[in-house]
Design a protein around this ligand. Structure first.
Ligand code: ADP
Ligand code: MG
Length: 731
């Protein structure tokens, strides 16, 4: 069965090997076990239940919490040629009935449903009638009451599943689960001796950075302008800031949406959709912009200021790069963020316990902002993972500045804190080290300490910074509360007794990382324009057509025929069938536009010409031999097609002769026409159809392809419409 799984991986998805964990999980499904899989976002959990669905008899049921998530998966799977559907409240009654009847006749390999569906007896009855080899529960953290996205219906699932005539295997998938949450999930879903898979929390494709720019506005301006085409989220702490940053970006001419709890339902829905479809590449939002964001190609998440705890931060930042592509998570940190967060905790309605817990978490968050350790390591270890390797790409790993020996200053500070016996805060410690005449200080007789005035040459502010640095490095710790007290940790002892050196990077006082924009291949930009258009025609978000990863690989390899296209990771046979011609045409155009040599043409010289009628044979002779090379060297590809066309060769024949798809040749002609070459359209499109198209365009006062396509009879292709419009424009 595993061999079959391998086969589908290549044939349907176009991937040549499984990722860490995938193969083992799929094997466990084949072995008939229940499964609990905790794999980070972007690790590829979907394939772990989708491939078994292709291999096993019957219909795999997938429980998924979000309508948009289901729709995306089904849209994407259908483009891979997989038979599947979803049932949720967005369907019309007639659509719903159709899906049910198809499901009953066993038509689907996968059926996606919302957990609430199972609460209805009619639906349960239906499920009882179809063979179900596996129930996959996606985003299984929704089971846990302690989790962030709790959904009551998830808790009823086990009960409903138990009522089925025979119990299928159950596989639960999530990205976020602490050990307690994992236990909760297994218990609530009544998993039967589940095989548990945990592959770690680190997200190697994310570049984490903490930056303290002199001006946040200037930083964001530069950052976003360097990434105009990229999708990104900017999180702010308050609605007011959301409004301000949103306006700031709009004034810069950047397509930006905003999202916060103060908007009405319609506005919020619009914002989400526009973001998903890429109409608004940038979204400024409060943390209310959460659960519904399943957009895989978010290239950056920028925090306008420090959030209150690592959990929130990692969850929000983690919305970047779900597709596994390189993405950035940048936290803009300034010391005043700390005061704001402390204030928020104090103002909150929570009980004392809650407040203490919250300020402990805040302290860890502050440490994240100040630490010099690898940020991936810091986070993964916080979530309980041991021995994480440093990532080599976060702002700390990249910081090349030299280390300075600061053991002496560390000892001064630590011994002062030790002497103050955990009864004072950072401010008072720095006053003592400065040798201040502060009234309170004198009142507590702190001027009598031997450490009084030890650092009198420094400003109080720089002593405070130094103390916070020592806290971030773990030599001291802060208690909870609005006025946290500072005390030593065990790590301070080796420094105090002289057995450990303290090294600090020279740059760490002013961390002003400049983050450079991601350089994209020009072909990627070219293909992206096509993808956007294609997605608009199909009314799906661009990532459904092709993911960034696939598009990038096409851009890097510039395949010239289907065989080469199928080598691209992420292109299986159905995708090649559906988009192959169009994408190859784009590659051809790109090559032509950039005067790149066209290997396809050379290759077609070796290929046996299969005739497409007498004309082709006749013309083949004309273009045989050296001529081919000549055309290839002197003319861009589209001009070669164009001159053949003007020589009287039919489009099909040109395609055959040049080893190109017909669509490619058509696009060559369009391109030639756009550049001012006269094209005899009447030879290509029936004259009556041409006039119908032009008449419609005039009547509707539009030249939008999609609008025209919808208004015209089905058989009129986009190519014909473009041809007609071009004709119209030169008349
Ligand atoms: P998750 O649900 O774990 O967040 P997804 O299932 O959405 O992740 O997959 C994330 C991305 O990884 C998708 O773009 C998917 O096509 C890609 N992917 C999954 N498995 C593989 C694989 N074996 N090789 C290459 N890419 C893969
Ligand atoms: Mg997923």
């Amino acid at each position: 069965m595993l061999a079959q799984a391998q086969h589908y991986l290549k044939q349907v998805y176009g991937f040549s090997s499984f990722r860490t964990g995938q193969e083992q999980i799929i094997q466990a499904v084949f072995d008939g076990n229940d499964i609990l899989a905790i794999l980070p976002t972007g690790a590829g959990k979907s394939i772990c239940y989708q491939i078994p669905a292709l291999v096993l008899q019957g219909t795999v049921i997938v429980i998924s919490p979000l309508i948009s998530l289901m729709k995306d998966q089904v849209d994407a799977l259908r483009r891979l040629g997989v038979s599947c559907a979803y049932l949720n409240s967005s369907l019309l009654a007639s659509e719903y009935r159709e899906v049910i009847s198809n499901a009953l006749s066993g038509e689907y390999d996968l059926l996606y449903i919302a957990p609430e569906r199972l609460d209805t007896p009619v639906f349960q009855q239906m499920l009882g009638q179809i063979p179900i080899p596996l129930i996959a529960i996606d985003e299984a953290h929704c089971v846990s009451q302690w989790g962030h996205d709790f959904r009551p219906s998830y808790r009823q699932l086990a009960e409903h599943i138990a009522k089925l005539p025979s119990r299928p295997r159950i596989a639960a998938f999530t990205a976020t689960a602490t050990p307690e949450a994992a236990e909760d999930i297994a218990a609530v879903l009544k998993l039967d001796h589940p095989e548990v898979f945990v592959t770690g929390f680190a997200r190697p494709n994310l570049q984490l950075s903490v930056v303290s720019p002199a001006s946040k506005e200037q930083f964001v301006k530069k950052f976003v302008q360097e990434r105009k085409e990229q999708s990104g989220i900017i999180y702010t702490a308050t609605r007011k800031e959301t409004d301000e940053v949103h306006k700031f970006l709009l004034d810069l001419g950047i397509q930006t949406g905003k999202y916060h709890g103060g908007l009405n339902d319609r506005e919020r829905e619009e914002a989400q959709e526009k973001f998903r479809f890429g109409t608004w590449p940038v979204m400024v939002a409060t943390n209310a912009f959460g659960m519904g964001i399943d957009k895989p190609d978010v290239r950056y998440v920028l925090h306008w200021q420090m959030p209150g705890d690592i959990e929130s931060y990692y969850q929000e930042a983690g919305r970047a790069g779900r597709d596994g592509e390189d993405s950035s998570c940048i936290l803009l940190f300034s010391a005043s963020d700390i005061r704001i967060q402390r204030f928020l905790i104090e103002q909150s309605q929570g009980l004392q316990d809650y407040k203490e817990n919250a300020s402990e978490k805040l302290n860890t968050m502050i440490n994240y902002c100040r630490t010099e350790r690898c940020l991936q390591q810091f986070t993964a270890e916080y979530f309980g993972e041991k021995q994480v390797e440093s990532c080599g790409k976060c702002s700390n790993c990249l910081d090349q500045s030299k280390s300075v020996d600061r053991t002496e200053e560390a000892r001064m500070a630590l011994s002062c804190v030790g002497r103050m016996r955990g009864r004072f805060g950072v401010t008072m410690v720095s006053k003592v080290l400065k040798g201040s005449k502060d009234k309170k200080l004198l009142q507590f007789r702190l001027h009598e300490l031997s450490t009084y005035g030890l650092m009198k040459n420094l400003t109080e502010k720089s002593i405070t910074d130094w103390l916070y640095w020592l806290i971030a490095e773990g030599y001291m710790t802060l208690s909870s509360g609005q006025y946290p007290l500072v005390s030593l940790t065990n790590d301070a002892l080796p420094v105090l007794n002289g057995s450990k050196q303290v090294l600090q990077r020279s740059s760490s006082a002013v961390r002003q990382l400049t983050v450079s924009g991601n350089e994209n291949l020009p072909a990627f930009e070219w293909l992206r324009v096509w993808r956007k258009q294609q997605a608009e025609e199909e009314q799906v978000p661009p990532f459904i057509v092709f993911s960034d990863a696939v598009l990038k690989e096409i851009a890097a390899t510039l395949p010239l025929h289907k065989g080469e296209l199928l080598q691209v990771k992420g292109i299986g046979s159905a995708k090649a069938e559906k988009y192959g011609e169009a994408i190859l045409a784009q590659v051809q155009q790109f090559r032509a536009h950039h005067n790149m040599p066209n290997r396809a043409f050379e290759a077609s010289g070796n290929k046996e010409t299969t005739a497409v009628g007498e004309q082709a044979k006749h013309i083949a002779a004309k273009f045989d031999g050296d001529n081919k090379q000549e055309i290839n060297q002197e003319q861009p590809s589209y001009i070669a097609s164009y001159s053949m066309f003007q020589d009287g060769v039919a489009v099909e024949a040109i395609a055959e002769l040049r080893g190109l798809a017909q669509g490619t040749v058509e696009s060559h002609l369009l391109r030639a026409a756009e550049e001012g070459y006269a094209v005899d359209w009447d030879r290509l499109v029936d004259i009556e159809l041409l006039s119908l198209i032009t008449a419609t365009a005039v009547q509707l006062e539009t030249n939008k392809l999609k609008e025209l396509k919808e208004a015209l009879p089905e058989e009129i292709s986009y190519f014909m419409i473009r041809a007609a419009l071009l004709k119209l424009s030169v008349q």
